[in-house]
Design a protein around this ligand. Structure first.
Ligand SMILES: N[C@@H](CCO)C(=O)O
Length: 309
């Protein structure tokens, strides 16, 4: 029996259709509780306890009125060892896709970015008010998780696509960022539960409202990381600066963000580019141009960081 058939059997669901296989395999299906996204989780990434915690968090956010997918079933461990869950299907159109020009005219785009900034702030605000219990466990995008000896998405500085000069640059930027992040954390930099993968693919738009989906990478982290991740797909947009400003405006409508913190955004963009440079390595064949493309973006960010910081 296939994994999805086993999961459907356990959830009492039917009519599954594969809709995405980016990290988890996600199927649209009908469950007794309604239309669902049934997820077969990527083996070896999150533990069943962490996935249960993700669902507890989603349930608490949904109860608090935040537009996130409410849990419907699971987690269950399938006979293959893979974990399956189901969350409510969210109607809406993805904001866009990385590497593709953003749809819509600039006014529409900026209105959407403002809505996303607002949704991220709402998530941070609501998460700060939750008591998720002693068993709650998620990984942390903290200094170690971003820059330590074993970062959550791998030892990015070992990407085979870096030449010796670039590796030295990345090492220097990593050391410098480590110091700056330490100072930021010590001075009370905003830290708590974050989505950690605010990419266009993970934002659904319904009318004028933005909704975040796919909390698989979510955990503890610096709030600026969410805003920075959202900035990493805009470098080819002619109005990239206006898009950033719109997202920050939306964020500030619901949650404070000082100009000192805003000044750290380029560093956080670099940290995300470092993480992604590590993320792609086990997911692509050696020599795949994507490995170089991720490394090149990280190097560009590191050069700017070392020149300006
Ligand atoms: N592909 C992502 C990483 C995983 O979502 C990125 O570009 O940062």
């Amino acid at each position: 029996m296939s994994e999805i058939d086993e999961a459907l059997g356990l959830f009492g669901g039917r009519a599954a259709r594969l809709v995405s296989e980016r990290e988890n395999a996600v199927y649209a299906a009908d469950l007794p509780g309604g239309r669902a996204a049934v997820r077969l989780h990527r083996p070896g990434y999150q533990t069943p306890e962490a996935i249960r915690s993700e669902l507890d968090w989603m349930r608490a956010l949904a109860s608090a009125g935040v537009a996130v997918p409410a849990p419907l079933a699971g987690p269950v461990v399938l006979s293959t060892g893979r974990v399956a869950t189901a969350v409510a299907w969210m109607e809406g159109a993805p904001l866009g896709e990385g590497g593709e020009p953003l749809a819509g005219d600039p006014v529409t785009q900026q209105a959407r970015f403002r809505a996303v900034g607002r949704a991220v702030a709402d998530l941070h605000n609501a998460s700060d008010g939750l008591d998720l219990g002693a068993g709650f466990t998620r990984h942390a995008w903290n200094i170690d998780g971003l820059l330590g000896a074993a970062p959550l998405w791998g030892r990015f500085w070992e990407s085979p696509a870096l030449d010796a000069e670039e590796r030295a640059l990345v090492d220097a930027a990593r050391a410098k960022a480590h110091g700056m992040l330490g100072a930021f954390a010590t001075s009370g930099g905003d830290y708590g539960l974050i989505h950690a993968d605010v990419l266009r693919e993970n934002v659904l738009m319904r009318a004028d409202a933005a909704m975040l989906i796919d909390f698989d990478d979510a955990g503890w982290g610096f709030r600026l990381y969410d805003l920075a991740t959202f900035m990493t797909q805009n470098e080819d947009e002619p109005n990239a600066e206006a898009l950033r400003d719109a997202a920050l405006q939306g964020y500030r409508e619901a949650r404070p963000l000082s100009t000192e913190d805003e000044d750290l955004l380029p560093m956080f963009v670099m940290l995300r580019r470092f993480a992604s440079m590590g993320w792609i390595v086990p997911r692509a064949a050696p020599g795949d141009p994507k490995v170089r493309a991720y490394a090149a973006k990280a190097v560009t960010a590191a050069r700017a960081f070392m020149a300006n910081a």
